[in-house]
Write a protein of this length. Structure first.
Length: 342
């Protein structure tokens, strides 16, 4: 289901069905964990536009460097709401944390950006040949940075190497690091490539003339699910109206990211890069082929199953995850249907 209705109509519908509004004195406080990355830009938009305050939601935000770090916080009993990757969401559920994925945020957002001699190796060569050529000419394997194992960028990279190219992990040197360090490592020449997302893909290409995206998510892991909006089951039960309101804001923010990226860009910039990224770069990143914003959780089920089965085979997941138990699409279905009827 795609929600492309005007933002004004969305907001009118929001106030019509919601039990919370600016006029209400009641405020619901929710602890929200997030990563400073474009795939969770819905959170940045709703906070930047002031929608959460208007709706009676007090979101206490905690910044994490990676999805696995957020899984650790969840296991410790922290957080009500999570904006993170579907990979860590499955890991959390597999580890016994009772969470629910309520909505998607983005799809097929990963890209492999290469620089220097490794980027040059892709000229007139397919990916497997490029890796072999670089290794032969440089006398070493290409170093590829990505997020820690279990994260979406790491899983997509591994799937690409093993399932798509058939060269295996041994063909490259995978280096795990947090979001802040990936861009630094690329620009410093400490690594040859990165399986990563926007705005790093755009920023690196702007600052390094040798850099280019040599593979997109549709080649690496077709239908790749990305970041999601998730919550603890207890939070969903304890605050049904607040969660309903948050879902409506998530849908509204997705609409803005698709239809008005230039309006969303300043809000995203506040959270991503700590104002160190030019606004024009953020605008470009929001409109790139790797920024496919989507709220519908139904649309990522097949890709999630593919990723789940791969992570299970790799040992990233300790045990099989019941995806029917992980996903709870009822709130999305109810809110989107009501908004569409406005």
């Amino acid at each position: 289901m795609s929600l492309r209705t005007p933002l004004a109509a969305l907001f009118a519908g929001l106030l019509t069905f919601s039990g919370l509004s600016q006029a209400d004195e009641h405020t619901t406080t929710l602890e929200v964990g997030y990563m400073p990355i474009l795939p969770v830009a819905q959170l940045f938009v709703m906070e930047g536009e002031g929608w959460t305050e208007e709706a009676g939601l007090d979101l206490e935000l905690t910044r994490f460097s990676s999805g696995p770090a957020m899984v650790q916080a969840l296991a410790s009993g922290e957080l009500d709401i999570m904006y993170f990757g579907i990979g860590p969401a499955m890991v959390a559920r597999a580890n016994g944390v009772p969470i629910k994925v309520l909505a998607s945020s983005i799809q097929e957002q990963i890209g492999l950006v290469a620089r220097g001699d490794f980027a040059a190796a892709f000229e007139d060569n397919d990916a497997a040949q490029a890796i072999a050529r670089f290794t032969e000419e440089q006398g070493r394997k290409p170093k590829i940075a990505t997020f820690p194992q279990g994260s979406v960028p790491d899983t997509v990279l591994r799937y690409w190497l093993i399932e798509q190219l058939g060269v295996g992990l041994e063909a490259v040197e995978v280096i795990a690091m947090g979001a802040d360090r990936v861009q630094q490592a690329l620009l410093a020449g400490a690594v040859d490539a990165a399986s990563i997302l926007e705005p790093i893909l755009t920023t690196v290409q702007e600052r390094d003339d040798s850099a280019r995206v040599v593979a997109r998510a549709d080649e690496m892991l077709p239908g790749q699910p990305g970041a999601v909006l998730a919550t603890r089951e207890a939070t969903l039960k304890a605050h049904p109206e607040a969660m309903r309101e948050l879902m409506a804001l998530h849908l509204r923010a997705t609409d803005m990211l698709i239809e008005e990226p230039e309006r969303a860009a300043p809000h995203v910039r506040e959270f991503v890069g700590r104002r160190l990224i030019d606004l024009a770069t953020v605008e470009t990143a929001l409109s790139s082929p790797s920024s496919n914003y989507i709220s519908d959780p139904h649309a990522i089920r097949e890709g999630t199953r593919r990723m789940h089965d791969f992570q299970l085979s790799q040992g990233t997941l300790r045990k099989e995850v019941d995806l029917d138990a992980l996903f709870d699409t009822r709130l999305f279905d109810e809110v989107s249907e009501e908004l569409s009827a406005q």
